[in-house]
Design a protein around this ligand. Sequence first.
Ligand code: ZN
Ligand code: ZN
Length: 240
Amino acid sequence: MSISLMPLPYLLSLGAIYVCNGLLVYFAMKFYHSPASEGMRIREPTHKRAHPGRAHMRRNSIFSSVLTFGVPIVLYDQLFSASPIAGWVGATQILALLVIYDFLYYFLHRYILHGSLHRVHAVHHRARHPRANDSLFLHPVEIFLGVALWTACIGLIALFNPMHPVAFLIALLIYTVVNTVVHWGLDTGYLPYFDYVSRMHNTHHISMRSKNYASMSAFPDILFGTTETRTEAAVTAASN
Ligand SMILES: [Zn+2]
Ligand SMILES: [Zn+2]
């Protein structure tokens, strides 16, 4: 059996998405700690948190890169097809991947990461006042579960029609940007969707008992009645 790997232009694009996300994290951190973000920070840190350390972040970045590059490379034949498709089919694939992942991640987060694996997830929740680089601050088991879920969602779509690599790359770009934005700790006042998801996930980080389990949209929390309606002060008080 011959295995064809993901063609080089797509692999280079995958690498470019990771570089862009690294730059977004870097500049979001710079902005957060600059006077320009005054009035935009959702919550000012009230105490110093022991920084996870560059070595931890580096290890996590390497591990998640190996998984995210490795899976589409090794499973290229099973999940993808570069045969030409209509624009609307590609757009549907992008939307389907993001929506399916948003809902399945909600269940993983609510019932497993806040259930039997709460000790694993507690590593990420050590960031009570998340900033952009906390999007990388995860236990390796949580990184593995996230990539496995993302891959399973592509597999679900491939049951109907293998995903076009360009649609996959656009969905990945959107996902990585939103995942950084939900952690950047800013309410800019100019970007309504980004400001909403950033506030929503920021409240989730106050405590392991906060609601708002979805990360990309408000829909799963609204549908399953887990939108956090308490004020930030009330959630903080309940967590102490
Ligand atoms: Zn988070
Ligand atoms: Zn959580």
